[in-house]
Design a binder for this molecule. Structure first.
Ligand SMILES: NC(=O)c1ccc[n+]([C@@H]2O[C@H](COP(=O)([O-])OP(=O)(O)OC[C@H]3O[C@@H](n4cnc5c(N)ncnc54)[C@H](O)[C@@H]3O)[C@@H](O)[C@H]2O)c1
Length: 274
């Protein structure tokens, strides 16, 4: 049994993780903003804490004794620069600092494909390796900053940090792009458990993606920390293609990288239009 602290605990990904992590025998500290409702907290295995992401002291107290902090809290869509700076960049710094002060040895940081949204899907470092950041939005810039903070806290304080460039998290692939990019809830759970148990040290940038037949990105960086995804979007392909036969885009960020998607304006969700 390990103790895991989750920020953004009432969000979509944390809500899917909670029952799976409890089923794996772990206890959870659930952190979300003041007044944000958390559903069905199990008092035997879960403890809820209200804290803004920028509150170092409250989060350090919440993280005490945790083996891993899974940092999911964020504006998970494009926003005005001031909002992205405050919540996604200052907030991530505060979470890292709180984890350090609490002596937490491991961090899983939710990065995004939009940190590298302008990278062409057929670029060599997509097939093999990991491309440098090429953000497609202010949101993407904040995820590149999150990765930089991950590198800082691993290098300076000896923490094991995994920055996961999550592609498209969903119960099932919802459009043609996600036949490449889907991350299933069970594979997201595998990513958390790999970060909890990996013997790898330092900072690792990995793709948060399932073992999709059509994926363009490299699983090797994830395999290096023990993240071995099992699900494949292909089993949903015929239904997805019947609904929407359009072709996947040429850059990793998809519609977020489109000129029609204005900087600083919410796009309506973490799932880019196909
Ligand atoms: N869902 C995806 O497909 C996807 C893809 C790439 C990256 N990500 C990243 O994964 C993480 C989780 O995604 P999600 O879909 O669960 O997001 P979500 O929007 O459902 O949840 C985000 C959570 O962060 C909390 N939050 C926002 N501002 C806060 C603040 N100031 N203080 C405290 N809490 C605050 C919200 O209350 C919410 O519970 C995010 O960082 C997101 O950017 C998600």
């Amino acid at each position: 049994m390990a103790l895991l602290a989750l920020t953004g605990a009432s969000g979509r990904i944390a809500t899917a993780l909670r029952p799976r992590l409890r089923a794996a025998g772990h206890h959870l500290v659930l952190v979300d903003g003041p007044g944000v409702p958390l559903r069905d907290v199990d008092p035997a295995t879960e403890r809820a804490v209200e804290s803004d992401l920028r509150d170092v002291d409250t989060q350090a107290e919440a993280f005490a004794g945790a083996d891993l902090v899974v940092h999911l809290g964020a504006h998970s869509d494009e926003r005005a620069w001031a909002d992205i700076l405050a919540v996604n960049i200052d907030g991530t710094h505060a979470v890292c600092e709180a984890a350090r002060l609490a002596g937490v040895p491991r961090l899983l940081l939710a990065s995004s494909v939009h940190a590298a949204g302008f990278v062409p899907v057929d670029a060599p470092l997509v097939r093999e390796g990991m491309p440098l950041p090429a953000p497609d939005t202010y949101y993407g810039v904040s995820k590149a900053a999150l990765e930089a903070l991950g590198g800082l806290y691993a290098g300076r304080f000896g923490m094991t940090v995994v920055s996961a460039r999550i592609m498209t998290f969903d119960d099932a692939p919802g459009g043609p792009r996600s036949l490449q990019s889907w991350l299933s809830p069970d594979d997201m759970t595998r990513l958390v458990l790999a970060t909890l148990t990996t013997g790898a040290v330092g900072h690792h940038v990995v793709w948060g993606v399932s073992r999709n037949t059509r994926r363009r990105v490299d699983l090797a960086p994830g395999l290096a920390i023990g993240f071995d995804p099992q699900d494949d979007a292909e089993v949903h392909a015929s239904g997805v293609e019947r609904r929407d036969p359009s072709r996947p885009p040429g850059v990793l960020g998809g519609a977020f990288a489109d000129a029609a998607y204005l900087l600083g304006v919410p796009h309506g969700g973490t799932r880019p239009a196909p």
